[in-house]
Design a protein around this ligand. Structure first.
Ligand code: B3K
Ligand code: ZN
Length: 879
């Protein structure tokens, strides 16, 4: 760990590399005490003004250095904690560097490390420098050759990027393999795996007729759970050919599943490494959510082969160039394969809950940040999810065809290059011969824009006028903002629910029922002719831009939109707005000691959704899901977490009591028999049925507890058993204890399923949950070094249990601090993820805010704090 304050890196300081790497031969001798890395690279000067070659390297033991086979004396180079400088380096020369590293001791899970006794790597963003000295930056690309030598019995499988070109056995019980990746790549896409692994194999024939071998490698006991991942991969390959004309380019595509992984997965060229959580699935062990996540992440990593690998980033400030675009692609993949509106609702829910909060936090940053201390801290909801929304803006403005033209030009121009977000914008604009320069502000300005709309209607002239204005709150990088280009998709609804044809004043376009307005200035007015009555506007349909939209809807108008809007997203959103209005009112009643009550209209709107069997089941399930406590907190600042919990429980319980018969009937009608299916309808039915069960659970009646027990016992799939258990986990009853014990005993040998067991208990609303979480940390299956366990137990408590995390005595915050400090020494990336719930302390009432701040101060004062955690806490505390 570096001591002292980490420095800030600025985009404006970017300079191109001074040397190119013409070729690279890596050779690994994997051992039990140490691993020896031999790195032989040919460097060619690119910048005539320098003769210094700077290589990055961290935590390496240097054994020898030679230029053109001449071993250097120590005075010929300078080694520091962060790298190696060579002066008077020739214009072109072979540089051979031998280093030693200690993968078995590497708990940061970055660089080369071991998981369950197998070797694997994680290099993005800057892990390669923990393997060898190298220009570890994405704009240095070369062809990699990798030779791996290891014990044949312990590590029978030896993998790296590209194609296997040679292998052999050595006399001492060791063996070796040599891999060659013909596609030049940056070091962050390098991967090596060595272990005792089995694989499943399949094939895919590309449109142009090439046969690709597909393999998924796992530890032997999980080999039977790879089928869904394999099918997902084939679907992704087909989809990318159909939708974007993109084919795979190597002869083999390998995925390796490992249990210890800092995030979801990694797109290393030809050799993806995955968190096992995103590979293994069987109906008994994985939920519907897991099935969909696996498919989407398998797709995401596969799609990176073009958006990320073939065309990569010039520097890490451009991260959203590959991540925003690839998330957009995986969202479209899911939407095309399953339900488009459900996909949209789920993505927007995540964006609003997590990204909007980040954009309102001291860590707010543009999707293309202009500075960072630790790049690993910028793999954020903003770069990924908001980045995807910004890519979606192009498609909304240009249409699908125009967007495809832009993508084609982007690949035509930049295949094999390391480029910037400006290059992407230029390709989109040039391919469509339009000026999109105003979109640049989305890359450079942080904060969630607020769009306020009001409507005037003039009956005499049958004119409807919309007044739109935009503002954006100040964020750390800028206090005043330039106007964004915001596409607003809309429709106007007549009182019978039908769409009024839109005839925009000053436009010659034929009237259409829906259109996209371009809000480009701070204030703009749009008038529509031939509007026969005062309409109800349906605004920001399909969530056409990542903004907060304000319109002064009455409750009656929202109920009308819930029923009539042709846009499925806005039907759902109207319900969410209605719920938010209700929560706001209840919070104010609670604070003035008024009795809480729900309006009849609200209840019947919910009832209408619940009982209308003509509606799509999955959309009914979405509509019946109340905004989370975190969502309510974000729009009711300064937030009082316990009041928010009270009102949300009140609404949940009142709906359960009032609509009990409907919930029971709906629950009964959705019982599925037969084998488990993961099509949209089956998943929607389970979802809706389990939502009914969750509402019924609020009744706190023993008959409902028995119903949960019955569902738990009868279920032939994890979705249903977990749903039943998650209702019981909030109820203090003997059935709860018994079911949790049963689950434990049944699944104790399945580490991924046990994550669910830890997570469930951490989210319980029962008293003493924190004490229980602390006890669970002593459970023999819990391990602070395993990120999945940390996320399941500690992460679930701090991020999904606001009631207890925000306990009035500050105990939740204190607990988090202790965990963060322990993790800081083991795995800084995970520590820095875990500390984030404290970041928005200013959004809470003064008492919790003071407690949270105190803990941030305590962490900041800790000796040996990693740059990762330091960046988050220091920015959180800055004025
Ligand atoms: N590109 C990786 C993330 C790497 C994170 C490094 N801290 C996974 C993905 O987005 O596909
Ligand atoms: Zn990605």
């Amino acid at each position: 760990m570096r001591e002292g304050q980490p420095s800030t890196i600025y985009l404006r300081d970017y300079t191109p590399p001074t040397y190119d790497v013409l070729s690279l031969e890596l050779s690994f001798d994997l051992g039990e005490d140490y691993t020896r890395v031999n790195n032989e690279a040919v460097y060619q000067r690119r910048d005539p003004s320098t003769t210094t070659l700077e290589l990055m390297g961290e935590q390496l033991v240097l054994i020898s250095i030679a230029i053109n086979d001449r071993v250097l004396a120590p005075h010929e180079y300078v080694v520091s904690d962060t790298g190696l400088s060579l002066f008077n380096f020739p214009e072109r020369a072979k540089l051979t560097i031998v280093t030693e590293i200690y993968p078995q001791k590497n708990t940061s899970l970055e660089g080369l490390y071991q998981s369950s006794g197998n070797f694997c790597t994680q290099c993005e963003a800057q892990g390669f420098r923990k393997i060898t000295y190298y220009p570890d930056r994405p704009d240095v690309m070369t062809v990699f050759t990798t030779r791996i030598t290891a014990d044949k019995v312990k590590y029978p499988v030896l993998l790296s990027n590209g194609n296997l070109v040679e292998q052999g056995t050595l006399a001492d019980g060791r063996h070796w393999a040599r891999w060659l990746d013909p596609f030049p790549k940056p070091s962050y896409l390098f991967a090596l795996v060595a272990g005792n692994l089995l694989h499943v194999e399949d094939h895919y024939t590309t449109t142009s007729g090439r046969v690709v071998v597909l393999r998924i490698y796992t530890e032997p006991h999980n080999i039977d759970k790879c089928d869904h991942a394999m099918q997902s991969l084939k679907r992704a390959m087909y989809w990318d050919e159909q939708r974007f004309g993109l084919e795979y380019d190597l002869d083999i595509y390998m995925i390796v599943a490992v249990d210890d992984f800092n995030m979801g997965a990694m797109e290393n060229k030809g050799l993806n490494v995955f968190n096992s959580k995103l590979v293994f699935a069987s109906p008994e062990t994985a939920t519907d959510f897991d099935y969909i996540s696996i498919e989407s992440v398998i797709g995401h990593e596969y799609f990176h082969n073009w958006t990320g690998n073939r065309v990569t980033c010039r520097d890490w400030f451009q991260l959203s160039l590959k991540e925003g675009l690839t998330v957009f692609r995986d969202q479209e993949f899911t939407a095309d394969l399953h339900s488009r509106p459900v996909e949209r609702i789920e993505s927007v829910r995540t964006l609003r809950t997590s990204q909007f909060a980040e954009d309102a936090s001291p860590m707010a940053h543009p999707i293309r940040p202009s500075s960072y201390m630790e790049i690993n801290n910028f793999y954020t909801m903003t770069v990924y999810e908001k980045g995807a929304e910004v890519v979606r803006l192009y498609q909304t403005l240009l249409g699908r065809e125009g967007f495809r033209k832009g993508m084609d030009l982007y690949f035509q121009r930049h295949d094999g290059q390391a480029v910037t977000t400006e290059d992407f914008l230029a390709a989109m604009a040039d391919a469509n011969q339009v000026n999109l320069s105003q979109l640049q502000h989305w890359y450079d300005q942080a904060g969630t824009p607020e769009v306020t709309v009001s409507l005037d209607y003039d009956a005499a002239t049958q004119t409807c006028t919309l007044h739109l204005s935009q503002t954006c709150p100040p964020t750390p990088e800028a206090s005043t903002k330039q106007a964004f280009l915001i596409p607003i998709e809309l429709g106007l609804l007549a009182s019978d629910g039908r769409e009024i044809p839109l005839q925009l004043q000053g436009s010659t376009a034929p009237a259409a029922n829906a259109m996209v307005l371009r809000l480009e200035q701070a204030h703009q007015v749009f008038s529509f002719n031939h509007v026969p009555e005062k309409p109800v506007p349906s605004l920001l349909r399909n969530f056409s831009a990542p903004v907060r939209l304000h319109f002064d809807y009455t409750e009656a108008e929202l109920i009308f939109l819930m029923r009539h809007d042709q846009d499925a997203f806005n039907r759902w959103d109207a319900g969410q707005r209605l719920a938010m209005l209700t929560f706001k009112r209840l919070l104010s009643d609670l604070s003035s000691d008024e009795p809480l009550g729900l309006e009849h209209e609200f209840v019947s709107a919910w009832q209408a959704v619940l009982t209308d069997e003509s509606l799509d089941v999955a959309l009914r399930a979405e509509a019946l899901t109340l905004p989370s406590e975190a969502d309510i907190a974000e729009v009711n600042r300064p937030a009082d977490p316990s009041a928010i919990h009270t009102v949300r429980e009140f609404v949940h319980t009142t709906l359960a009591k009032t609509l009990r018969l409907d919930f029971e009937a709906c629950y009964a009608s959705l019982q599925d028999h037969g084998t488990y299916q993961i099509d949209a309808v089956s998943m929607g039915r389970r979802r809706l049925r389990n939502i009914c069960l969750a509402y019924l659970g609020r009744l706190r009646e023993s008959s409902i507890n028995s119903l949960c027990v019955k569902q738990y016992a009868d279920a032939n799939n994890m979705t249903d058993s977990l749903a039943a258990l998650s209702v019981l986990v909030d109820i203090d009853c003997p059935e709860r204890t018994k079911a949790l014990q049963h689950f434990h005993d049944r699944w104790q040998n399945d580490t991924l399923v046990m994550d669910k067991w830890f997570s469930l208990q951490a989210t319980s609303s029962l008293p003493n949950t924190l004490e229980h979480v602390k006890q669970l940390m002593q459970h023999h299956l819990f391990d602070m070094r395993n990120p999945n366990k940390v996320r399941a137990l500690i992460g679930s408590f701090t991020q999904r249990n606001p009631l207890h995390f925000h306990a009035p005595d500050g105990s939740g915050y204190q607990f988090l601090t202790e965990c963060v400090l322990e993790l800081n020494a083991l795995n800084p990336q995970i520590a820095s993820r875990m500390v984030r719930p404290l970041m928005n302390w200013r959004h809470y009432e003064s008492k919790p805010a003071a407690f949270m701040r105190e803990q941030l101060e305590r962490i900041k004062a800790h000796e040996g704090l990693s740059p990762d955690v330091f960046e988050i806490v220091s920015k959180s505390l800055a004025a």
